[in-house]
Ligand binder design. Structure first.
Ligand code: PBG
Length: 300
C-alpha cells in the first residue's frame, strides 16, 4: 500500500482524532502522514455557525484536499458532517463510538439542578439550547464558540456559570476531570452521530475501503445511520435544534429523536421507533420514519 495522507483540521481534538486513525493504520503496516488545514468553521468564531451555513464549514476544505489528491482520507467527528456528502465522496468507515453523551462542566456547581435561578450557561448548539430550556426555562443561555480549550478558558474566566460540551471530546483529550456530571441520554438526547468518528474518502477508492473495513464498528454505523437519517429527513443541516440517538440491543435498534423551536416556548416534539435492523438501509428507513413523525407534528 502506498503511503496514506490524512486530511485534518488543526484543533487539538481534530488532531487527536487524526492521530488515533494514523496509529490504527500504522498498526496495519501503513505509512501515514497528516495534512493539517484550517477550515472556515475554525475561522468564523464571532457568530453561531447556524447563522453562517452550519457545520459543513468544518468539512469543505478537507474534501478539496481529497479531490485534489493531496490527501487520501479525511477524519471527521460525524456530528459535524452534513447528512449528504457531495457527489464523489463517501463514508468509508464509522468507528466505534466514544461516550455519546453531553457533559455538564462548571467550576462552581455540580449539576444543572444545582444551578441558581437565572444562571448563565454557555452553548452554541441549538440542540442543547432547546433541551436545556425545556428543563430550566429560567437559565440565561449564552453563545459559546471556539475549540475545546477556548471554551474551557471562557468558563474559567468567569464568563459562564456552566458550559455544556460533548463528553467524547473531553475524554479524548484527557480532560474528563473537568466533567462535573454527564447527562443521561433521556435528559439530554445527543446530536446525530455524537461521539462517533467517520472516515471520508473519494468514491471509487476501493483500495482504501478494503483497508479501512476492519476498523469499522457495525453497531455504531447502524445507529449513526438511523440518527443521520432523522436529520436528513428534516433538512440535513448539522446545526438544527434536533437531537437523535439510537441504541442497538442485539438486532433491535431503538431510535429516539426530539426537535424544538429555538426561539419559541412550545414543548419539545419527540418521536421514537424501533425495529430489527440488519443493514444500513434498514437503519436509515427507521430514521426516515421518525423524521416523518416529527414533520407531521410540526418540526421543520
Ligand atoms: N463542533 C463541535 C463538536 N463536534 C464534535 C464534538 C465532540 C466529539 C464528537 O462528537 O465526536 C464537538 C464538541 C462538542 O460538541 O462539545
Amino acid at each position: 500500500m502506498s503511503p496514506i495522507t490524512i486530511a485534518t483540521r488543526e484543533s487539538r481534538l481534530a488532531l487527536w482524532q487524526a492521530h488515533h486513525v494514523k496509529s490504527l493504520l500504522e498498526q496495519r503496516g501503513c505509512q501515514v502522514t497528516l495534512l493539517g488545514m484550517t477550515t472556515k468553521g475554525d475561522e468564523i468564531l464571532d457568530r453561531t455557525l447556524s447563522k453562517v451555513g452550519g457545520k459543513g464549514l468544518f468539512v469543505k476544505e478537507l474534501e478539496v484536499a481529497l479531490e485534489e489528491g493531496r490527501a487520501d482520507i479525511a477524519v471527521h467527528s460525524l456530528k459535524d458532517v452534513p447528512m449528504d456528502l457531495p457527489e464523489g465522496f463517501e463514508l468509508a468507515c464509522v468507528m466505534e463510538r466514544e461516550d455519546p453523551r453531553d457533559a455538564f462542566v462548571s467550576n462552581k456547581y455540580d449539576s444543572l439542578q444545582a444551578l441558581p435561578q437565572g444562571a448563565v450557561v454557555g452553548t452554541s448548539s441549538l440542540r442543547r439550547v432547546v433541551l436545556l430550556r425545556a428543563q430550566r426555562p429560567d437559565l440565561k443561555i449564552e453563545p459559546l464558540r471556539g475549540n475545546l480549550d477556548t471554551r474551557l478558558r471562557k468558563l474559567d474566566d468567569g464568563q459562564y456559570d456552566a458550559i455544556i460540551l460533548a463528553a467524547a471530546g473531553l475524554k479524548r483529550l484527557g480532560l474528563a476531570s473537568r466533567i462535573r456530571g454527564v447527562f443521561e441520554t433521556d435528559q439530554m438526547l445527543p446530536a446525530a452521530g455524537q461521539g462517533a468518528l467517520g472516515i471520508e474518502i473519494r468514491a471509487g477508492r476501493d483500495d482504501l475501503k478494503q483497508l479501512l473495513a476492519p476498523m469499522a464498528h457495525q453497531s455504531t454505523w447502524l445507529c449513526v445511520a438511523a440518527e443521520r437519517a432523522v436529520s436528513r429527513g428534516l433538512g440535513g443541516s448539522c446545526s438544527m435544534p434536533l437531537a437523535a440517538h439510537a441504541t442497538l440491543a442485539g438486532e433491535v435498534l431503538q431510535l429516539r429523536a426530539a426537535w424544538g423551536e429555538p426561539e419559541g416556548t412550545a414543548p419539545l416534539l419527540r418521536s421514537t421507533a424501533s425495529g430489527t435492523i440488519a443493514d444500513i438501509d434498514a437503519a436509515a428507513r427507521l430514521g426516515e420514519q421518525v423524521a416523518a413523525q416529527l414533520r407531521a407534528a410540526g418540526a421543520h
